[in-house]
Design a protein around this ligand. Structure first.
Ligand SMILES: *Cc1c(COP(=O)(O)O)cnc(C)c1O
Length: 432
């Protein structure tokens, strides 16, 4: 027998699908059905026993198809394929990234628990942590990516709640600042505050870099989460989410999903299966384009600072984390324009090829203003602390020809009127 091991991208077209079960169709049809016919009553009973965890699987036994809230071929094929990228035991796909995130937080946190989380996080996650979790008695403690591991440990100890620490939730690189958090350090903190009776879980939102360029499970995370709306979907035509991990954590996640009923629909899964076939070529090309755009912005005199992982200083601490965790700088760029909201809006309003829209990771370039859009609901003080200021613009780089992308950015920047005196003063003072 051949021992050749295929790369994930080679398996995205075929893995987990048996044409002979679908009239030989080379692609899985959309299994647009709510329920599945059992061959016999005994078979139905056996499937239910497994689905509800009333007995363990026999060798080689697979859970049979029951009902599309529990399982469906499109959902299962998709989950099996997603597992390949992150080398996970199991995967659960959800109807949105937010439902993946909220299901994880609900399953692993109970009244009295403490959640430690990195700042900033996606606006919706931030809302769930600050406006929903307190209602069920869960407290949250945020830490900055600038803190050292020791400082974060000290912060947990000084909170007086270290015994209640139940989960560490990190988003890295963070949306929209591209700040990065050391996952290994989070694992160490989690282990330090775990006891025989209580394991502190580490969950990582890998939307910006996964599933291609970072594999948090290999770096010590227990759970990896995605908004599959972004790179995984990649065409701005669906909303979905995913969670991956080992059998033990995924059994808990899938059980809660069964009862919240927030799994993705067969049609969404079918679209995601199509998206996965081109995932690698899309992400690689987007990253190649982003490298050129980041350099261009970095040299532009209307741009104050560019936040892109490809521009980290090689002797910085962030660069060391970057090298450990990522195999590419990605395709998300944020930058401070000289000026403030007025200048940022002028730039955004003059873009022609980029679409002025939130979301990211799609085939077309997207641009937005985090402080007044995705992160408007974040408390202004923390927004400033995180660097989400009025001058920050976020770009998601698409698949257009890079010459056209640069042309568009250049002509939009040209239209930005920066108060002249300020610019020339700045130049003179830096020349002295
Ligand atoms: C978009 C996004 C989410 C939320 O995902 P939805 O699919 O919109 O629910 C979560 N985390 C990050 C980093 C995101 O960019």
């Amino acid at each position: 027998m051949s021992t050749h091991k295929y790369s994930p991208e080679s398996l995205m077209m075929t893995y987990g699908y048996k044409p002979e079960l679908s009239e030989g169709a080379v692609k899985p049809p959309v299994f647009q059905t709510s329920t599945f016919v059992f061959k016999t009553a005994e078979e139905g009973k056996a499937f239910f026993e497994l689905a509800y965890g009333l007995r363990t699987k026999e060798q080689d036994e697979e859970l049979g198809l029951i009902y599309s809230r529990i399982n469906n071929p499109n959902l299962e094929i998709l989950e099996n394929r997603l597992c390949l990228w992150d080398k996970a035991d199991d995967c659960a796909v959800f109807e949105s990234g937010m439902s993946a995130i909220s299901t994880v937080l609900l399953e692993f946190l109970k009244p009295g628990d403490l959640l430690l989380y990195s700042k900033p996080t996606y606006g919706g996650t931030d809302h769930f942590i600050h406006h929903f979790l307190p209602k069920i008695g869960v407290e949250a403690l945020g830490f900055s990516p600038k803190q050292s591991c020791a400082e974060t440990i000290q912060m947990v100890e000084e909170s007086g709640k270290s015994k209640n620490l139940a989960m560490i939730y990190v988003e890295t690189p963070a949306n929209p600042t591209n700040s990065i958090v050391d996952i290994e350090c989070c694992r160490n903190i989690a282990d330090q505050f775990s006891s025989v009776n209580k394991k502190v879980h580490v969950a990582v939102d890998n939307t910006y870099m996964g599933p291609l360029w970072s594999h948090p499970l290999e770096l010590g995370a227990d759970l990896v989460l995605y908004s599959a709306t972004k790179y995984i979907g990649g065409h701005s035509d669906l909303i979905a989410g995913a969670v991956l991990g080992n059998h033990e954590v995924m059994k808990r996640i899938k059980t809660l999903r069964t009862f919240l009923g927030n799994m993705a629909s067969p049609h969404t899964c079918w679209l995601l299966l199509r998206s996965l076939e081109t995932l690698k070529v899309r992400m690689e090309q987007q990253m190649q384009n982003a490298k050129v755009v980041a350099q261009f912005l970095n040299n532009h005199d209307k741009v104050e600072k560019v936040y892109y992982l490809g521009l980290l200083e090689p002797d910085s601490e962030d660069y060391a984390i970057y090298q450990k965790q990522y195999s590419s700088p990605g395709a998300m760029i944020s930058f401070d324009i000289k000026g403030g909201e007025k200048e940022a809006f002028q730039f955004l309003n003059h873009l022609q090829l980029f679409k002025l829209a939130v979301s990211l990771g799609s085939t077309e370039g997207l641009a937005q203003h985090p402080a007044s859009m995705t992160h408007i609901a974040v408390d202004p003080e923390s927004r400033r602390e995180m660097g989400v200021t009025d001058k920050l613009v976020r770009l998601s780089i698409g698949l257009e020809n890079v010459k056209d992308i640069i042309w568009d950015i250049e002509q939009a920047l040209e239209k930005v009127e920066i108060a002249q005196i300020e610019t020339s003063n700045y130049k003179i003072s830096t020349n002295i």
